[in-house]
Design a binder for this molecule. Structure first.
Ligand code: SF4
Ligand code: SF4
Ligand code: FES
Length: 240
């Protein structure tokens, strides 16, 4: 069932229950995201996509990538409260990964020159979980997961040993926005590659991280479908 909502003053008709971010995109309104990808289930972890919603005369902040649209809802994507939260998130990320081009770009777009937060150990992973979800939901393998809690949280293979289920398709390296996964030759299986979680620098995106309208993204999906199908054909378990 279609419902109508008002987003930044524009009326949008959309399926009831669709995430707010879809309505924003339909209205041509940009909301920054880090852990969201339209090919994957929403995860709602980075909080960068926060918007302000007014429902039943009450205002609250919600993550637009996983908050469902209801008829009569009013959404504001660029209020002082929203901007303040996004700035804090980007400053925290800038303290965690100062060398990551994507984070530098986001900071620049928000006019942030430095982070007020103290740098601890410099990391490259922003824990967006895109690699984990892509490996599980699209590739269908589940070779990596998010392990541990708090400051110890990390992407890892079970028991942190080289995965024996990874098919070396490279999807995780492609989808990772910070470039901290790399593919390396597999010594045991010379024709294959394996994924390595480590520190690897990516060059900034040639399309300024505008993934929605990116032809590179489309080509990637076509390639990856081919790679996965090819792998499965070559490694078919014989049926008896
Ligand atoms: S390279 Fe391995 S870990 Fe990465 S998406 Fe493919 S199967 Fe998963
Ligand atoms: S390795 Fe990359 S894709 Fe995976 S959680 Fe970390 S930043 Fe996200
Ligand atoms: S994009 Fe919505 S929480 Fe990360």
């Amino acid at each position: 069932m279609k419902v109508a909502i008002i987003i930044d003053g524009r009326r949008v008709q959309i399926d009831r229950g669709a995430p707010i971010i879809d309505a924003a995109r339909k209205a041509g309104i940009f909301i920054p995201t880090l852990c969201y990808h339209e090919a994957l289930k929403a995860y709602g972890s980075c909080r960068l996509c926060m918007v302000e919603v007014i429902q039943n005369k009450q205002s609250r902040l919600v993550t637009s990538c996983n908050f469902p649209v209801e008829g009569g809802m009013e959404v504001f994507t660029d209020t002082p409260r929203v901007r303040k939260i996004r700035r804090v998130i980007v400053e925290l990320l800038l303290a965690r990964c100062p060398d990551v081009p994507l984070i530098q770009t986001l900071a620049r777009q928000m006019g942030i020159d430095f982070s007020r937060f103290k740098k601890k150990e410099e990391k490259q992973c922003i824990l967006c979980g895109l690699c984990v979800r892509f490996c599980e939901e699209v590739v269908g393998v589940g070779a990596i997961g998010l392990a541990n809690r708090g400051t110890e949280r990390e992407v890892a293979t079970p028991f942190r040993v080289a995965s024996d289920v990874c098919i070396g398709c490279g999807s995780c390296t492609y989808i990772c926005p910070t470039g901290c996964i790399e593919m390396v030759p597999d010594e045991e299986r010379p024709k294959l590659r394996r994924m390595n979680l480590g520190k690897l620098s990516l060059s900034p995106c040639p399309n300024n991280y505008q993934c929605e309208a990116c032809s590179i993204e489309q080509e990637f999906f076509e390639d990856i479908k081919r790679v996965i199908a090819d792998f499965r054909n070559r490694h078919k378990t014989p049926s008896f």
